[in-house]
Design a protein around this ligand. Structure first.
Ligand code: GTP
Length: 264
């Protein structure tokens, strides 16, 4: 197949979906829902778990870091705390990542998607060398997109919303991959407010100005910066609990994968 990025081994399939999100955003529940959806719709997918410290997963992973790296032993062997243990485990796994890519390549014709769950502590993946190595290994072989999971009810507060969007922006900046803002928990709070804030920064500024602790100049400058950021991304509302938005999610992934093929 022709390759958008001109790399000889580049394939159109499967699309890699890296799922990241703040702790508590509902990443694991959403992964489970996405896996159920692919089973129900007969979509062929692989599931990969990159969290070495997770005790139990609600879904079956085809590729699991825990099969290769024993997190507790890494902690003991290198005398590390929990975060150092997760980071070192990810480093060890990253050194073998070419094997992981080969496994996916061998099955590529039969796979539509690879869903990738990342460690609960988001920065361990997004700010580590191994996270960058793994992301780069995916992105140089397959179309790759990042699904950034947002806790929608918590983001109704303008301050939290802006912090969350700035974090999402930093991920876009670091990975340089198509980013899908995945507004989760819409069964609790619809994400309409977020769409309005992203569409028109003056609406956001009006909402933010009711918060006296906010520095208005900073808010105005940041909302202008974010306005440019919003122009470059796609968003979708989902509920991992009710299952709303799954079709829309995969449609958005397809559109982002197209964008990847054209741009990267
Ligand atoms: P980790 O990677 O394990 O840290 O995942 P996470 O902390 O990002 O989220 P988790 O899936 O553990 O969900 C956190 C809480 O949010 C749990 O109590 C979930 O039941 C709840 N939750 C997740 N998705 C939804 C949703 O769509 N709607 C509602 N109402 N609750 C949700």
């Amino acid at each position: 197949p022709s390759s958008g990025n001109g790399l000889p081994n580049f394939r159109r399939k499967p699309v890699i979906i890296i799922v990241v999100g703040m702790a508590g955003s509902g990443k694991t529940t959403l992964m489970h829902r996405l896996v159920c959806h692919t089973h129900m719709r007969n979509i062929q997918g692989y599931v990969m778990n990159l969290d070495p410290a997770v005790m139990t997963l609600p879904y079956a992973a085809n590729i699991d870091i825990r099969d290769t790296v024993k997190y507790k032993e890494v902690m003991k062997q290198f005398n590390l705390g929990p975060n150092g243990g997760i980071l070192t485990s990810l480093n060890l796994f990253a050194t073998k990542f070419d094997e992981v890519i080969s496994v996916i390549e061998r099955r590529a014709d039969q796979l539509d998607y690879v869903l990738v769950d990342t460690p609960g502590q988001i920065e361990i993946f997004t700010w580590s060398a191994s996270g960058a190595i793994i992301t780069e290994a995916f992105a140089s072989t397959f179309p790759t997109v990042v699904a950034y999971v947002v806790d929608t009810p918590r983001s109704e507060d303008p301050t939290t919303f802006m912090s969350n969007m700035l974090y999402a922006c930093s991920i876009l900046y670091k990975t340089r991959l198509p980013l899908i803002l995945t507004f989760n928990k819409v069964d609790v709070a619809a994400h309409q407010f977020a769409l309005e804030w992203m569409e028109d920064f003056e609406t956001f500024q009006a909402a933010a100005s009711s918060d006296q602790s906010y520095t208005s100049t900073l808010t105005q400058s940041l909302s202008l910066v974010l306005d440019e950021f919003y122009n470059n991304l796609k968003s979708v509302g989902v509920s991992a609990v009710s299952g709303v938005g799954m079709e829309a999610f995969f449609k958005t992934v397809e559109a982002s994968a197209e964008e990847y093929m054209e741009t990267y």
